[in-house]
Design a protein around this ligand. Sequence first.
Ligand code: BG6
Ligand code: MG
Length: 214
Amino acid sequence: MIRAVIFDLDGVITETSRQHFQAWKAVAYMIGVEIDSTVNESLKGVSREESLKIILKYGGILDKYSKEEMEKLCFCKNEYYKQLISQFTPANVFEGVVEMFEYLRGKGIKIAIGSASHNAPALISAMALEPYIDYIVDPGDVKRGKPAPDIFLKAAGALGVKPSECIGVEDAVAGVEAIKAAGMYAIGIGDAEVLKEADVVFGSIAEIDLGIIA
Ligand code: BG6
Ligand code: MG
């Protein structure tokens, strides 16, 4: 029996993957690294600090930066990212999301946000989705980021449900891996060729067959 659905935010509820990519691209360019969409795929679902490390490693300059310099680069990326999402409104919510939330509410199924992003609460508020959400995981509260299960397990714990009673919804390879590691049913959003570990994959939230949930 399904008692909760835990949604990733970036690329699932709204299109912020493009903005994350744009901000990282600019920061990477500043330090002489050019990143393409393949590199971006490996950044999805991954924390800000880990994303920077992936970029530095990709550029072969991982050892060149001190902890303080890396913190500054992360700060820069986030300032630019916040600028890019500053105009977000309910119009930025993907088609099908509100309908899905209403369906789940109607069935008494809890809704949580399990995002690696520290910007998640601000975005949820800007898109006026707060009334639907029972719990938002603070990524600062968990030890390990995705692909570790911590974020999804934290959500289940906070909602008082067992992992086996949860569905996770993710667009990132690292996120699907995290859901499966948590012992939950994984709905992938995107390309089935990429999200191989997911139990089922849909092109978008709007395409999810609600009957598979409850
Ligand atoms: C994830 C995104 O949801 O959050 C990643 O897919 C991002 O691209 C991560 O790096 C952390 O986000 P933020 O907003 O805290 O830098
Ligand atoms: Mg995502």
